[in-house]
Design a protein around this ligand. Structure first.
Ligand SMILES: O=C(O)CCC(=O)C(=O)O
Length: 285
């Protein structure tokens, strides 16, 4: 597996690799509540369930609120697109911090993967969300082992070579701010910019909005309870979930190999293209 997949940064699904973890047997609502009690945890709040996503010329980040676990879960389970969507998704090693009480139910390392990845996990994160939340297309500078405990996740993956076909653009940064009293969101704009991908393969009109997507060959993979997905660093991914889904992922430092050089090359090319948009048409058609 190391030679065929991990050493060449090719995604791979390990069916049932996590099925013996105590988490897969134990983590229902009652158990989580019992273990976590009123521990404060952070929930990402957005009006439409799309955290870290683009809208027009904006890149919008969620509001993070810190709440006792039972209230946080109520927010997640009561999510409704168009009103308010809660997603428990701290990407800061939250499983070993806020959710430390759950650590004993998962391995500190997945079947010797630290040796394969050449270092211990940099972060272990917990994700709890419903079908109302999705994660927009992006890449991470981490090797990722993603285990689903309950529910189902669908990953749409694009190799690093797809970058120029995914409509990279500069967006203005803004963040949602949730007003508890009014139960509505405001948008706080900033003057900072960020490069992000505009293409949204989940948009029903994607073919007319982003025709270059037709040239890509995404890998779509469903991850079920007990499965572990190897998601290589710098692969672009978009993630949806069905019903209440609980997942844990292990992030390992990436090595700066050919994929990094290739993405960097495409980014530098994109900078030139922004100065001379003609170049895009010449390159792509
Ligand atoms: O589960 C999700 O919603 C997103 C997961 C993700 O983007 C990641 O693990 O890098």
């Amino acid at each position: 597996v190391f030679k065929r997949f991990i050493s060449v940064s090719a995604p791979c699904l390990f069916k049932g690799m996590a099925s013996e973890w105590p988490a897969c047997r134990l983590w229902d609502r009652g158990y989580l509540q019992h273990k976590l009690g009123d521990t404060k945890v952070s929930v990402a709040l957005t009006p439409d369930g799309r955290a870290d996503a683009t809208q027009g010329e904006w890149f919008l980040t969620p509001d993070y609120v810190s709440l006792p676990f039972p209230q946080a879960m109520e927010l997640v389970e009561g999510s409704r697109r168009g009103h308010r969507v809660g997603y428990l998704q701290g990407q800061n090693d939250c499983l070993r911090r806020e959710f430390a009480a759950l650590q004993e139910d998962i391995p500190v390392d997945i079947k010797g993967m630290s040796r394969v990845m050449t270092s211990a996990p940099d972060a272990i994160n917990l994700w709890i969300g419903t079908s109302e939340s999705s994660t927009s297309l992006h890449k991470d500078p981490y090797e990722n082992l993603y285990a689903v405990i309950q529910g189902r996740k669908r990953f749409t993956l694009y190799p690093p070579s797809s970058y120029l076909l995914l409509y990279p653009k500069l967006f203005k940064r803004a963040s949602f701010v949730y007003d508890v009293k009014l139960d509505t969101f405001q948008v706080e704009e900033s003057s900072e910019t960020i490069e992000w991908l505009e293409a949204n393969p989940l948009d029903p009109e994607w073919e007319s909005k982003w025709p270059l997507l037709r040239e890509t060959k995404p890998v779509v993979v469903d991850v079920f309870p007990g499965d572990v997905l190897y998601l290589p660093a710098l692969w672009f991914h978009q993630v949806e979930q069905e019903s209440l889904t609980i997942a844990v992922n292990y992030w390992y430092d990436m090595h700066f190999g050919p994929n990094f050089a290739f993405v960097r090359f495409q980014q530098l090319l994109m900078q030139e293209i922004r100065k001379n948009p003609q170049l895009y048409a010449q390159l792509m058609f």
